[in-house]
Ligand binder design. Structure first.
Ligand code: ZN
Ligand code: ZN
Length: 245
């Protein structure tokens, strides 16, 4: 199975990623991808791009040849009350907004399962984000069933992150399996992201595919399965996402 869509890609605007925007676009076109989302980190992480870099994504064309390039951001949860680290000007530019728990100073202790669950639930309820990313990270324990139920209710997608299942977030696999099983139980949208930090990884979903096959996830609920699936999801998000943050 090859998916024509990758919704989680970093460029070298984050110093810990190695390919420029153009290199990523070139790689995606060579692989006949139809849609990619460029999703650099929000400003709270130590090596995030300057926030102007996110605002100025408006200069990126919507299409390069046949490839659609979505303007996105991977925001950071900064507290338990549904707040993240981007401002209105960044928010207004974005086609798609990812959000996750990362080790940022403002958030503090990552080990408290009650705090983490409350933080993710409030972020989902805020209707400011479209996709919750890499929830299987064992560094941030969560009550998965509560989170998946909230996401379903809010129409927010849960990400399956190929990088988590390789080397990035050790110990994620058992959690990701649990999360995907719950997504199947509650009929939740699932988004696939490679979390590429180098252009060669774009569209490389072999690890998440193993889990999808194992669990038998329905293709119509996977955003990356077709452009139609993605567009239907983005349309629904447009109705639900709040205008002012
Ligand atoms: Zn991340
Ligand atoms: Zn990422």
């Amino acid at each position: 199975m090859r998916y024509p869509i990758d919704l989680h890609i970093h460029t070298s605007a984050n110093p810990h990623a190695y390919s420029t925007l153009e290199e990523n676009i070139r790689s995606a076109r060579e692989k006949n991808m139809k849609v990619i989302a460029i999703t650099n980190h929000g400003p709270a992480l130590q090596d995030s791009p300057h926030w102007w870099s996110l605002v100025n994504m408006r200069v990126i064309p919507e299409y390069v040849g046949e490839l659609r390039v979505l303007k996105g951001v991977e925001t950071n949860i900064i507290d338990e009350n549904g707040n993240f680290d981007i401002n209105q000007r960044i928010y207004d530019v974005m086609d798609i907004i990812l959000c996750g728990l990362h080790t940022v100073e403002a958030y503090g202790d990552p080990t408290n399962i009650i705090k983490n669950t409350k933080a993710v639930v409030n972020m989902i309820r805020s209707q400011k984000i479209d996709i919750m990313v890499h929830l299987g990270n064992p560094q941030f324990p969560l009550e998965y069933e509560i989170v998946v139920q909230e996401a379903t209710k809010a129409g927010v997608a849960i990400e399956l992150n190929n990088s988590s299942l390789r080397a990035s977030r050790k110990g994620s696999e058992v959690n990701c399996r649990k999360i995907l099983e719950l997504c199947k139980k509650y009929d939740t949208y699932v988004s696939l992201g490679t979390d590429s930090h180098i252009s060669y990884d774009i569209g490389e979903f072999s690890k998440v595919q193993e889990l999808i096959d194992e669990i038998g996830y329905p293709m119509e609920k996977i955003l990356n399965f077709s452009v139609e699936n993605l567009e239907a999801f983005l349309e629904k998000r447009k109705e639900k996402r709040v205008k002012n943050i």
